[in-house]
Design a protein around this ligand. Structure first.
Ligand code: 13P
Ligand code: SF4
Length: 306
């Protein structure tokens, strides 16, 4: 065993002890570093993690992901302490819509318009929304709203994916995730298809339409994991953030996965050392002001009921 491995073992042990002392549950998104995923009590996509956060009995939730994910956990659990080990871990797409912009846009739209916000949004935007969704349930959520028109905030690509699969009139916001669009491009996928002609192509709905058209399967990260496990194919091109390769390879050791190398810099900020520090010092607490939390909780609870 080398020094780096020894360090990791020590950190892992310290984190396990701190989790017990604090009665903490550690949640990690599938884009997190493998070392972080290994120590987590639960690894999943945004929807899995929201569900897990809504039913935990722990006193402390340490959220290894980005700010909107920790914020969601804190909105659903006002009496628990939610920690985001790296306070700078934001989501660039979530910052592309403000509550004020959403209110102004809604005023210009027909009266029967519902605001549906992707969970990759700020707490303030959630508070302006009728209901939230994730990439795993966006179509079902949109179909569940009573209104005919839907202002879909903030991802234009998920909005166009939903529009292609619903009768509702979708009005897209012009936000996007740089990791999926433009960093995963049709050319980068075509090149992987040329190198691996037998591979099935999977794409996240945050990819643009040209990339989604090349895909055999479009779905959230957890849906891609399910598709890869159930498919007879042995090779897959993965149109999402590179972190997903870890659980894909872990759950399917005989299959091969190829990604374009697109990385979310915020997701990489969390390390075992930052997890240990946050739990040890109980720092990097995420808390939403009560007047926003109450309204955002309604939109999130509606989603969890769908
Ligand atoms: P999932 O909802 O598939 O976990 O994706 C979250 C995300 O941030 C994608 O960029
Ligand atoms: Fe946000 Fe994109 Fe990173 Fe997901 S991958 S957290 S949408 S910046």
């Amino acid at each position: 065993m080398n020094f780096i491995e020894t360090d990791t073992c020590v950190l892992r042990e310290e984190i396990e002890n701190l989790k017990k002392t604090r009665n903490a549950v550690m949640l990690a998104h599938v884009y997190q570093r493998p070392s972080v995923q290994h120590v987590a009590d639960f690894v999943g996509d945004s929807l899995d993690l929201s569900r897990e956060a809504s039913r935990t009995s722990a006193d402390v939730i340490i959220f290894c992901g980005v700010r909107f994910m920790a914020e969601t956990a804190s909105i659903l659990n006002p009496d628990k302490t939610v920690l985001l080990p790296q306070s700078a871990a934001g989501c660039q797409m979530a910052e592309m819509a403000t509550a004020q912009q959403v209110r102004r846009r809604k005023e210009q739209l027909p009266a029967d318009t519902a605001v549906v916000s992707y969970v990759n949004s700020t707490a303030e935007v959630k508070a302006e929304s009728y209901i939230c969704c994730t990439s795993a349930n966006a179509v079902e959520v949109v179909n569940s709203v009573p209104q005919e028109h839907v202002l879909f905030v903030p991802d234009r690509n998920l909005a166009s994916h939903v529009a292609a699969n619903t009768e509702k009139r979708i009005i897209p916001w012009d936000g996007h995730c740089y990791v999926h669009d433009p960093n995963i491009s049709p050319d980068s996928i075509r090149e992987l298809m040329r190198l691996h002609p037998h591979a099935r192509v999977m794409a996240h709905p945050e990819c643009n339409e040209a990339v989604r058209r090349l895909a055999h399967f479009v779905g959230s990260t957890s849906q891609m994991l399910e598709f890869a496990s159930e498919s007879d194919s042995e090779e897959f091109i993965v149109g999402t953030e590179e972190g997903l390769l870890h659980p894909l390879q872990d759950q399917n050791p005989r299959k091969r996965f190829y990604a374009t190398g697109s990385v979310c810099s915020s997701m990489r900020l969390t390390t075992l050392a930052s997890v240990r520090r946050a739990l040890d010092q109980m720092v990097e607490v995420v808390k939403t002001p009560e007047h926003i939390r109450e309204r955002a909780a309604v939109a999130l609870s509606r989603m969890l009921e769908v």
